[in-house]
Write a protein that binds this ligand. Sequence first.
Ligand code: HAM
Length: 412
Amino acid sequence: MISAIRGTHDILPGEVERWQGLERVTRELCACYGFRELRTPIIEREELFAKGTGQTTDIVQKEMYTFEDKGGERVTLRPEATPSMVRAFFEHALEQRLPAAKVFSLGPMFRYERPQKGRYRQFHQLDVEVFGEPGASLDAEMIEMASSLVSSLGIESSDIVINSVGCESCRSQFNQALLDALGNKLDQLCPDCQRRAKTNPLRIYDCKVLSDQPIIDELPHSVDHLCADCNNHFCEVRTYLDAYELDYRVSHRLVRGLDYYTRTTFEVLGEQLGAQNALLGGGRYDGLVRQLGGPSREGIGFAAGLERLVLAMPEEVEGRGVDVFIVALGENTKKQAHVLARDLRQQGLVTLIDYNVRSLRAQMKRADRTSARAAIILGDDELSRGEVTIKFMETGEQTTVARTDILQQLSQ
Ligand code: HAM
């Protein structure tokens, strides 16, 4: 058999119900916060991510599924949703059409990463974005929403981490401060960090190489190098978080692996997820819309990895069980049994039926195996009287009722 591609996975019956539960909770939550759904294509111009996600990111440098299509255009399977959401929002002037500039999306993303538990090459994200709102109260609302998402899925233990990476002007000063602090220790760092020092020194904080850590631990923190406006903004975010009575911690290492962030960054980490423990991550990106050729609008959002949420969710969400198994006795009743199955399905009952002519015993055995709540037995006699026999599988109790009374009988 041809097998699935490495890093991709099938979502099997049994798991699918957990996904549906997750999607339902997610959509309801987004609606409550005033978000409207926006679905964008999986495939976009390479340029959108090169400019949006950023040239210095691992995503753009190493992980994108990019190819030339038959028309000679360079196209990319989206590695994240944010640039697409920005593009679509402003391409369709949604600002004028929606009550609030808040949009969300659910769907697959593609990154050529090394697969491991919680990390895949095709994975799914809930992505939420808000445009044109500079106020710190929104940053706090997004963090609170992220926290509510996690808790409304029944995930009890999680850790909210925040930071501020400043704006364009304080960032460049901070980058210089990082380089000054590194001084001649730079050549003791790994080759990736040496490259980061040239392209985006802040990203040195992403480094996982053990031998680099003692040097990185001594580096300055972005929150100590914020300009007055960014500092006020960050303090205000924190006062709102306190008003929500949210438990959070500030981590100077939370610089996030994408180029567009300004000011607030945040992640919610799950416990017991292992190395890939970020359930979701996001932040403010006040320059991105403009950078992609849109108007001067601020932006903020986050994306949650649905695979990771499913892994962290408690077990209990289950699929719908079978309500009825129809047992037809003899060729003659078979067609009527199928018509009955259609009628019961139209009334909302999960109904299964045997497609072959088998003995009563064989069919009852199948009914038992499906864990149906009841078997409906239809023989020639019942058919001629417009009746059926209902057998409740758990108690073995059996009763004969008019065909029109089945639903009423089953709901007792
Ligand atoms: P990100 O941190 O790259 O941010 O991804 C967000 C979340 O997607 C992660 O926290 C993780 O749960 C999940 N994720 C990422 N990569 C993988 C993978 N290979 N396998 C499984 N799950 C994964 C973004 O994508 C930004 N667009 C978030 C954002 C929205 N910022 C502002 N608006």
